[in-house]
Design a protein around this ligand. Structure first.
Ligand SMILES: [Zn+2]
Length: 369
């Protein structure tokens, strides 16, 4: 038996649906729906969420968590479009940002969650994490692949509309950017910008957003942060990202959550042992953070009790001085170089798309340099 609500409600049905659907849903879903309703709709700044989405639609759907292999419906990239205006990153912010140095006494942490999606799959949406963050009012930055944005447009709109979350670029299809150059490299950086901006444009034409012009205007019309897949970069890819007006955001606290054997307790322990004021914590919300949803309730209340507040990466950057390095890594320089071989290994799985806008998609990853 399903224990979630998968009904999608549109248009005028929403007001009525909010009042009745929670009761109509099967037991587990109704519980989630009511909890989400109470927490989302009492939260300041959640007007767009209320106007555009019924609680049952916002709530976690366990069937969405696991990535689905053999799905190529979204492999073709977002078509070319005029991007929102931007300036290349200035000299003092170029490079890989690992954390932020804060003034004494400020105890801020940026929780970041990656939503990676590769060709030939539809990655998951770990709604239990998002529900928990909403319930606790915990801010987070979501690094989202261009493919994920397109394959999860309704979820993307929900996350865009929620002031708890900052949406950021995690490349088009999670390729190792150290192995790409030229147009292929640029496409990995720019395609998610196109996807985000196209979704933002469509969302802006909805009746629910048109009714709240002030709330709508507060949503960013472009992404301004980037995270490298595999945590791997080189000078050329760092330059490409910074030239595209995107700050390169890495991390100083790694949860290790894409390893199935990394238990919730172990993830929580990593966060609690390693986080300090100005830290950027990395986890996953695409179904590959295997125990992240159970780990966050173990770690976050303890950090709050220690006086920490959770902010988005942009808010963290605004509160202090970023610590910037010339290369990307997980725990120590060079430790993500091993993914050069992994990325090369999966080149045979890349799709050979045809048709408009697909010329750059049949990417051949170049030899290791
Ligand atoms: Zn990733």
């Amino acid at each position: 038996m399903q224990n979630y609500c998968s009904t999608v409600i549109t248009g005028r049905a929403r007001g009525l649906a909010r009042a009745t659907l929670a009761m109509a849903c099967c037991v587990g879903g109704a519980h989630f729906a009511m909890a989400t309703d109470a927490l989302v709709h009492n939260r300041p700044g959640s007007d767009l969420l209320q106007a555009c989405f019924a609680p049952a639609e916002l709530a976690a759907n366990p069937a969405e968590k696991s990535p689905r292999k053999g799905q190529r419906a979204f492999d073709r990239p977002e078509p070319a479009r005029q991007l929102a205006p931007f300036q290349p990153v200035s000299a003092n912010l170029r490079g890989a940002i690992r954390r932020v140095k804060l003034p004494p006494g400020k105890k801020l942490i940026a929780l970041t969650l990656d939503l990676c999606e590769q060709p030939g799959e539809i990655a998951g949406y770990d709604g239990a994490i998002i529900d928990y963050l909403r319930k606790e009012g915990v801010k987070a930055t979501l690094f989202v692949g261009g493919k994920w944005l397109r394959s999860h447009e309704r979820r993307t709109r929900q996350l865009m509309a929620d002031p708890l979350f900052e949406i950021a670029n995690h490349s088009a299809a999670h390729r190792n950017l150290r192995l790409l150059s030229g147009r292929r490299l640029l496409d990995e950086v720019e395609e998610p910008q196109r996807a985000y901006e196209a979704i933002h444009e469509r969302f802006g034409k909805d009746r629910c957003t048109a009714a709240l012009p002030q709330a709508w205007q507060s949503l960013p019309n472009r992404m301004s942060l980037f995270r490298f897949p595999f945590g791997a970069c080189n000078k050329a890819s760092l330059d490409a990202v910074n030239d595209a007006g995107l700050l390169a955001i890495q991390w100083d606290v790694s949860t290790g959550d894409p390893t199935p054997a990394q238990s919730a307790k172990a993830i929580a322990r990593e966060i609690l042992n390693s986080a300090r004021p100005g830290s950027i914590v990395i986890g996953h919300a695409n179904g590959r953070g295997f125990h992240t949803a159970e780990a966050l309730p173990l770690a976050i209340p303890k950090l709050k009790a220690q006086g920490y507040s959770f902010v988005t990466v942009s808010e963290l950057l605004a509160a202090g001085t970023p610590e910037i390095v010339a290369t990307c890594y997980n725990l120590r320089p060079g430790d993500t170089d091993r993914y050069d071989d992994l990325a090369t290994a999966f080149r045979h799985k890349l799709p050979k798309a045809t048709g408009p806008g697909s010329a750059n998609w049949s990417t051949t990853i170049e030899p290791k340099r």
